[in-house]
Ligand binder design. Structure first.
Ligand SMILES: O=c1ccn([C@@H]2O[C@H](COP(=O)(O)OP(=O)(O)O[C@H]3O[C@H](CO)[C@@H](O)[C@H](O)[C@H]3O)[C@@H](O)[C@H]2O)c(=O)[nH]1
Length: 340
């Protein structure tokens, strides 16, 4: 197969590209490089520069590279930003997806993997969130992911496309330092950022109904997440056209913010200033932990890495970036120079 990976130069996308490429699948990347970095791509993987709303570019890329499957990761993903700019989120995450699905249907492509999110569940009041837990997203970001799932499944049914919606839980870590997340939007990089600036990491609330009072999340190593994409791609390829699969990609293990802060302090060795508790951040659910039963059963997938490895690999990436002078990017390599 040849997979078109949209957003393939991003933090998660580059890990997915490496997993597919390493397993011998053909890969072509479409990325507008708004946050993606060409040097994240392995040598020999073609990069087409552009967005998923550009139908002409999609048609040329699909035909020119003989694309037979799509992994769609290109999207905006910041919850807070989506509250301020909902129209941008709907345009890029929903309208962009309709254009992509039209191109996929017109080309007769039979496999489509969609990057969804645990954000579709909102505030699930259950110990383990199963895929049939009612979806009630709290932000425009989560709404666009849920609407995206509806679009993907409806297009799959109408056009005989096999589809998989992967609901990512809290993604962290890096397979190698240069692939680490360069954004400071999630808790682990936010803790690193505070500590390396001599400030105390902030724990948002310790009065939640959880064992230590801090929020509990299901952290998943990005390399394990990438393997889940490979497993889903193979699952679809082995089944009849029109198969649809919706799975949580999480570990089933909850880790509290306090436990995470202790790990970060231990792994970085930066003990002062110690983490401080500040008021709750509005909108944070107390506990969001996946049921990983379906993904294990359907895909035979299980996580290989735990939270200590996520923190340690993210820290290596953080240090590597600092040693490069803090620059987020670098020059494109010759092999991955954008085509368009
Ligand atoms: O400086 C910080 C940053 C975060 N947190 C807490 O850490 C936990 C994790 O926060 P964060 O890394 O921001 O992730 P979530 O808010 O859980 O959301 C992430 O995970 C969701 C899927 O579950 C995705 O939809 C979102 O895009 C992604 O940001 C939460 O309890 C936060 O309150 C702190 O205590 N201090």
């Amino acid at each position: 197969m040849t997979w078109l990976v949209t957003g393939g130069a991003g933090y998660i996308g580059a890990h997915v590209v490496r997993a597919l490429d390493g397993a011998g699948e053909g890969v072509v990347v479409l990325d507008d490089l708004s946050s993606g970095l060409p040097e994240r791509l392995p040598p020999g993987v073609p990069l087409v520069r552009g967005g998923v709303s550009d139908r002409g570019l999609l048609d040329r890329t699909i035909a020119g590279h003989g694309v037979t499957g799509v992994v769609h990761l290109a999207a905006r993903k910041q919850v807070g930003e989506s509250v301020e700019h909902p129209l941008t989120y709907y345009r890029e995450n929903v309208y962009g997806l309709t254009v992509l699905l039209e191109a996929v249907a017109a080309a007769g492509i039979g496999r489509f993997l969609f990057s969804s999110s645990a954000a579709v569940y909102g505030t699930p009041e259950v110990e383990l969130v199963a895929e049939d837990t009612p979806c009630a997203p709290l932000s425009p970001y989560g709404e666009t992911k849920l609407a995206g799932e509806w679009l993907v499944r409806a297009a799959g049914r109408a056009h005989g496309i096999s589809t998989a919606c992967l609901r990512y839980f809290n993604v962290a870590g890096a397979e190698r330092p240069e692939l680490a997340d360069v954004g400071v939007f999630n808790v682990i990089p936010m803790f690193f950022d505070a500590l390396t600036r001599g400030e105390a990491p902030r724990i948002f609330g310790d009065d939640y109904p959880t064992p230590d009072g801090t929020c509990v999340r299901d952290y998943i190593h990005v390399a394990d997440l990438a393997e889940a994409h490979l497993a889903a791609a193979r699952h679809l390829a082995a089944r009849p056209a029109g198969t649809d699969l919706t799975v949580n990609v999480g570990t089933g293990e909850g880790v509290s913010v306090r436990e995470l802060a202790d790990l970060v302090v231990g792994i970085t060795g930066i003990r002062e200033p110690a983490p401080v508790v500040v008021p709750r951040r509005p909108g944070d659910p107390a506990r969001v932990v996946a049921s990983a039963e379906r993904i294990g059963r359907e895909l035979g997938w299980a996580p290989r890495y735990g939270v200590p490895q996520m923190v340690a690999s993210a820290w290596e990436g953080w240090l590597a970036r600092r040693s490069r002078g803090g620059a987020a990017g670098g020059a494109a390599t010759g092999q991955n120079r954008p085509e368009a």
